[in-house]
Each structure stands twice: as structure tokens, then as C-alpha cells.
Write a new protein. Sequence first.
Length: 341
Amino acid sequence: MTRRGVLIGCGFFARNHMLAWRDLPDVTIVAVCDLDPAKAAAFSEEFGARAYGDAAQMLKEVRPDFADIATTVSSHRSLVELAAGHGCAVICQKPFAENLIDADAMVDACKHAGVELLIHENFRWQAPIRRIGELIDSGAIGQPQFLRLNFRHAFDIYANQPYLAQVEDLALSDVGLHLFDVARRLFGEVIRISCETQRLNPNVTGQDAFLAQMRHANGAVASVECSFFSHYAPDRFVQTLALVEGDEGSIELGDGYRLWVHRQGECLEEVVEPPVPSWGARPWNLVQDSVIAFQQHVLDVLAGRAKPQPSGADNLETLRLTFAAVQSARNGGRQVKLAAS
Ligand code: NAD
């Protein structure tokens, strides 16, 4: 059965969505929509989908199986509610919502409409993160006790996404929530967090670096480190480096996709670089492959073969953690407790 989807928002990152959908079997994007007619027309021409300027009209006429929302956050609530009202499954890009009230309302709207809501959290679908998850789940390092996630670079992200230069809580809201989602996927719920932010790049308005310290419900601790103004040669964008320790072993994920598993007095090395898609290129293959993996997962969910990873309800907790980090940073790094504690 071929699923019929529509795309809302034909901007910078949506191109990865469209290229990945085109690679996947049993799915077609039949229509695309953007407030900017030129952007919708360009995608329509490249991908052979009908172009619209109004999402409501597109949903009414096309009646798709799912809507893939790739707009920026301020439009997410209205578009998720609109798509749910048309009875189709909904995929929403991160950040899921601007606040927890909106996120709650979006989860409720999809629940009442009886449709799936998935959040496009592709970091947890990156090949190295999936491998670390498999190793932890298989008991390779025993009981998790320490996690370090490190995403530090100086790549010019503002060239493709100029709006980022004006975002106040930039590092936390753009990449922090991806890293918090990864931490929750690997180590479970967080019960308290403290966070310091920095404004490093003089050309941006917001806080472009943060350091968060967290306690998980299972007793493990985590350090999440992120900066958009840290200089390395070669630059490490788009890699997340990691250190994961358990009571029986450790995992290190280093630069260049090298992964070491230390256990029983031995160290085994693996290379966990994902393939380069036919339409992709290094170093973006990490991201491109993760979009394909996430969107294949969406098809598995729609076919009843998998549970959403993550669902809107799950991602609401990642958002809660992100806002707790913002609150901590604004209060001089004071610890914030989460409801799970
Ligand atoms: P963008 O500004 O390039 O594209 C957004 C597009 O949505 C624009 O063309 C805009 O005209 C359109 N749009 C806005 N409201 C609309 C509406 N109501 N109906 C139809 N079209 C509408 O933005 P971008 O950089 O592609 O980012 C989009 C989203 O993707 C953001 O939320 C961003 O955080 C996220 N993103 C995710 C990743 C990732 O790795 N998961 C990477 C980059 C960006």
C-alpha cells in the first residue's frame, strides 16, 4: 500500500525530507505547500507534487494519509491542529512548540482526532546514536552511570538559517533539545537539571553555547555540552561526540565516527559512519541518513509495525527539560527539579 503524504513548508531543511521520501518505497508526496509561492513551485517542479499556498485548501482537496510539517516553530500549533482536524497522521519538525501549553494542546488535538503525532527528532535516529542505544539495551556496559554528550563546532549555520542569529535561547532551543532527547532515549527520564549558557559569537543575538548537568531517575548523571563557536580543524559539525559509562564497561564515540567499547579488560573499535545517500554528500550524510531512518520509521508506525519514536507526548517531556534548562540558565545556573523527581 502506497501512503500519500503532503509537505507543509518548502524551506531549507524540508529538501532533506523530500529527497528522503523519494528514496523510500511505498510512499509518495502528492502535494507541497508554502506561503511563498516560489518555494512551493520549485519543490513542485523538482519532486512532481502539486503546489499550494494554503495548507487548509491542500488538506481539503488532497485528503492525504499524513502531513509532514517542516515549518519553523511559530506555525507548528496551528498546522498540527489543522492537519489533525483533517484526520491525517502528523509529523512535526522540532522544536515541537513554543511553550508547554501549545505542546499539550497539540498532543490533545491528535489524541482526540485519533491520529498519530510524531516529532522529527532525527538525532536519536543518527547511526552512531542508534548503535550506542543498541549496546546499552543489550547490557554491553551494564547499568548506565555517566553520560557525556558533546556538540561543539564553529560552522556557519547562519548562512542557511539566517533566522537563527536572532533566537534568544539559541543553542538550547536549536540543538539542546536534540541532545536532551538523545539523553532521555539512552538513560531515561531526568529528575533535575542545572544549566549555564554563554553568548560567544559577537555576531548573534542569543546564547549560542550551554553546559547542562543532569540527574536521571535511574541515578545516572549526564553532562551535555554544546557550542556554535568552538574552533577545531577540521570542524566537527554535524557530529555529536559521546562518552557513556556503565558499571561493567564504557563506550566512547569520537571524531570521525570511531566508536570504542571497553569491557572485560578489552577495547573493541568500530566505525559507525552511515552510508552517503545517492542524493547526499559528506559530512552531511550523518543528518541525511538520519532523516531517511526517521521517515522509514514513520512508515513503520503508520503500518502498525512500530511505536512512535518519539511521539508528541514523549517529546513534550524533552521540551519540558529544555525549558527547565532555560529557566536554570536565567537564574544563574540554579538547579531545577522536574515533575518526575
Ligand atoms: P525555513 O525558514 O528555511 O523554511 C520554513 C518554510 O516554511 C518557509 O519557506 C516558510 O515560508 C514556510 N512556512 C511558514 N509557515 C507556513 C505555513 N503556515 N504554511 C506553509 N508554509 C509555511 O526553515 P528551516 O531552516 O527549513 O527550518 C524549518 C524547521 O526545521 C525549523 O523548526 C527548524 O528548527 C527545523 N530544522 C530541523 C533540523 C533537524 O536536524 N531536525 C535541521 C534544520 C532545521
